[in-house]
Design a protein around this ligand. Structure first.
Ligand SMILES: *Cc1c(COP(=O)(O)O)cnc(C)c1O
Length: 431
């Protein structure tokens, strides 16, 4: 019955199609970030006109229940009142000064209070910048060059982190992107997620040379993959034993899987952390930080240079502060999201493995458990693409790739979850 699943059959995409043609002449692929192009599911991207609660409305006035949530930030849905009010209030005073403001201290204190491993915080503008800066600080602090990362984890488009595994385990990496000098990729060792033995092997092979182990403590960028019991604890032990800094890239899972991030949820304390997405409340803000001893290596107190013209601007800081404050004052957000996402993921779907941590989830189109990138790649991406388009036709906007996490937010009501489950069941019945 695959003929029931023709993307353009019912949905009007007239304006999105013409906007894509126009955009493609001035913007590579018509999009400002590649995954938005829908390349792995076909059909072309939808141009969005506006958002409201859990819904997005496109330029052809199709309405969707949105499980992408701007790729993570929108834990309170589109246009949450607390964030919009905060932005409106601050517009009165100006958008950027390039000089310190009191509000930045308040946000840094709020992050520190939520995340005790971050005694000191630096605000930046994107998750990429936060991860890149944390890595530089780890290198500057330890005086070492190498970094261990995990296959399938994404830390932004940082040169030396756009790396896939070399030919053998624990060997130096190869770049995943053109334009990255081989010498940069060679500073990174890429090993399988959830595989402590591979990390141990890398340490044994490069003694005294590894500055940092960087990990998404809950992986989201190969689809949602939880840490196996003992994995994060094992990384902590290996890093401590080797004088290596453990960096949690919590850009996606921070303030998502728990108020204090994955480190609160799993009780493992990293040396440094990167945040982004949710802490910006939908505006471009991110942060990195760690213990005071490490962070005092950052300029102007220390020798590690890192800067930003718009870093800490009042607009973005207000939005982030409103978001973090709201989440702190409403701890029930996390129990509510846990229950709603559990309900969303509760159906037995034939040929699908569902991974979920809190309000992050992925339907992997494979019957095998997914615990690292290799096992994720066993998914049937063609079948996923059919599922994606089936859902889109029925007004459900999932991430347009098998290897992405979906997000439930506070604006998704039980009725939205029910509607989504019904649409999904239809797919499997019709298949
Ligand atoms: C999204 C993401 C990044 C990059 O953040 P940008 O704001 O897109 O630069 C880095 N790390 C992780 C874990 C992410 O999910």
């Amino acid at each position: 019955m695959a003929c029931a699943l023709q993307p353009d059959k019912y949905m009007n995409k007239t304006r999105s199609t013409s906007l894509l043609a126009r955009a493609s002449k001035v913007i590579p692929g018509g999009v400002n970030s590649p995954v938005r192009a829908f390349r792995s599911v076909g059909g072309g991207p939808l141009f969005i006109k506006r958002g409201e609660g859990c819904r997005m409305i496109d330029e052809d006035d199709n309405s969707f229940i949105d499980y992408v949530g701007s790729w993570g930030p929108l834990i309170l849905g589109h246009k949450p009142k607390c964030v919009i009010d905060a932005i409106n209030a601050v517009l009165e005073i100006g958008t950027s000064f390039g000089a310190p403001t009191e509000r930045e201290i308040v946000l840094a204190e709020a992050i520190r209070d939520a995340v005790p491993s971050m005694e000191m915080v630096r605000l930046v503008n994107s998750g990429t910048e936060a991860a890149m800066s944390a890595l530089r600080v780890a290198r500057g602090f330890t005086g070492r060059d190498l970094c261990i990362k995990f296959e399938g984890c994404y830390h932004g488009h940082v040169d030396s982190l756009l790396v896939k595994a070399g030919s053998g385990l624990a060997t130096l990496g190869l770049s995943d992107s053109a334009g990255v000098p081989a010498a940069f990729a060679a500073t990174t060792i890429s090993v399988p997620f959830n595989n402590l033995a591979a990390v141990e092997e890398a340490f044994a092979k490069h003694p005294g040379k590894i500055a940092s182990v960087m990990v998404e403590p809950v992986a989201g960028n190969m689809g949602c993959v939880p840490p196996a019991p003992g994995f994060l604890e094992g990384l902590r032990k290996l890093c401590t034993a080797n004088g290596t800094l453990l960096i949690f890239d919590e850009v996606m899972c921070g303030f998502r899987v728990a108020f204090g991030g994955a480190q609160a949820r799993y009780g493992v304390k990293p040396d440094m952390t990167a945040f982004g997405k949710i802490i910006g409340g939908g505006l471009p803000i991110a942060a990195y930080g760690g213990g005071a001893e490490v962070m005092n290596y950052v300029a102007p107190v220390g020798p590690i240079y890192q800067a930003g013209t718009l870093s800490g601007n009042p607009l973005a800081v207000s939005a982030g502060l409103a978001m973090v404050t709201y989440l702190k004052e409403h701890p029930e957000v996390y129990t509510t999201l846990e229950a709603r996402t559990a309900a969303l993921c509760s159906d037995e779907l034939p040929g699908v493995t569902v991974n979920r941590v809190g309000s992050m989830f992925t339907f992997f189109f494979t019957t095998e458990p997914v615990f690292d990138y290799e096992s994720a790649k066993k998914a049937d991406t063609a079948r996923f693409a059919k599922f994606f388009n089936h859902m889109l036709e029925r007004g459900i906007y999932l991430a347009p790739s098998q290897f992405e996490a979906g997000f439930v937010g506070m604006a998704h009501l039980d009725s939205d979850i029910d509607e989504t489950r019904a649409a999904a069941r239809q797919f499997f019945e019709a298949e």
